[in-house]
Design a protein around this ligand. Sequence first.
Ligand code: AP5
Length: 210
Amino acid sequence: MRLILLGPPGAGKGTQAEVLVEKLNVPQISTGDILRAAVKKGTPVGLKAKAFMDAGDLVPDDVIIGVVKERLTADDCKNGYIFDGMPRTIAQAEAIDEQGVVIDMVLSIEVPDDIIIKRLGGRRTCPECGIIYHIETKKPAKEGICDGCGAALIIRKDDEAETILNRLETYHKETEPLIDYYRKQGKLREVGGEFNIASQTAEVFKVLGL
Ligand code: AP5
């Protein structure tokens, strides 16, 4: 299965990807996670990406296309993968088409902007193992501490109020056109994103026929 998770920032792509990875037994390819790791290590890609990410802007297409091309050569991609947060522009979608990547399905998770703002404002993330929490809807057992690895949870820098608004604007302008792009290819599946996390997973499985 080669699946794309599409949706605004905070739609729950990463949260649902955690479950889909188990269900489908394929890796999650999150360009956001790859870039955050590169920033942390101070690699050339990280150095290029940091200012764009901090501002809530998209990282240039050529950087993303290179990163993804390299990731797809890894052994764990042989039986498929889940793209989370990629593609974000028509140019990125065309680039993966041109690389001969055949996408099976694209799941668009649709959540109104006012809900997104609440979700991202309350998100907490584990900087070590990447598990995603929320201060109201998905609390860790011990406040501020990751259930998975015991690391102290952090607030992502791009989850500040002003940056969230810019990310939403960028989504509507640059990424939303992909919904039509994949609808025309007959690959689009759509799901509302206003359920609680468990019901959301059930809806996702239903829409994907899992
Ligand atoms: P990225 O990391 O991809 O961020 P994003 O797409 O903005 O998505 P998020 O991770 O913010 O949200 P999500 O949909 O995964 O939601 P989550 O599950 O965490 O990208 C970051 C930056 O990197 C970009 O801004 C850009 O600069 C750069 N970048 C990355 N990819 C790029 C690309 N391809 N091209 C160019 N630039 C790129 O959930 C959010 C919160 O809500 C959590 O707290 C969660 O617990 C909670 N929650 C989730 N589902 C529910 C639910 N159903 N009910 C209640 N709460 C819920």
